[in-house]
Design a protein around this ligand. Structure first.
Ligand SMILES: [Zn+2]
Length: 137
């Protein structure tokens, strides 16, 4: 089993020689684009379909402008995930973007097998009640 670490910047995405479990604070900026976002690709074996999942968090470049819990401006999760209820693979896009006005919430779930859209939510963040896709009811 092998985990490859990529630059999380979608426009860059180079492979980085960086320990997988390094903490966010200790990361070195990507030598290509300076991004601190990371994407990981777990390679189980050559037989197994490789599933990508990225989790990108963008913090404010002007941290003093926001209290610490509001520093995070953009949170994007995108990739393939096992749906715990059905045990099936789903493609997921989950994004909270506070850098645009109004702040925007996007959630798209697609059945990887059939390509059918399971869920598609696009709405201003302040109209979205359940923050986080994994919030239980
Ligand atoms: Zn990069």
């Amino acid at each position: 089993m092998e985990t490859i670490v990529y630059c999380g910047n979608q426009h860059c995405g180079i492979v980085l020689k960086e320990p997988v479990d390094i903490s966010e604070e200790k990361r070195q900026p990507c030598p290509e684009c300076g991004s601190l976002s990371r994407a990981k690709n777990l390679k189980l074996s050559d037989e197994t379909t490789v599933k990508d999942f990225i989790d990108i968090k963008k913090k404010s470049e002007e941290p003093h402008k926001f209290p610490s819990r509001k520093k995070q401006r953009v949170h994007l999760q995108q990739g393939d995930q096992i749906n715990h209820e059905t045990g099936k693979w789903i493609s997921k896009v989950w994004r909270v973007d506070k850098d645009i006005s109004p702040a925007w919430y996007t959630e798209i779930l697609i059945d990887t097998e059939t390509g059918k859209i399971i869920k598609h939510v696009e709405e201003p963040l302040d109209q979205h009640q359940g923050h986080g896709s994994d919030k239980k009811k």
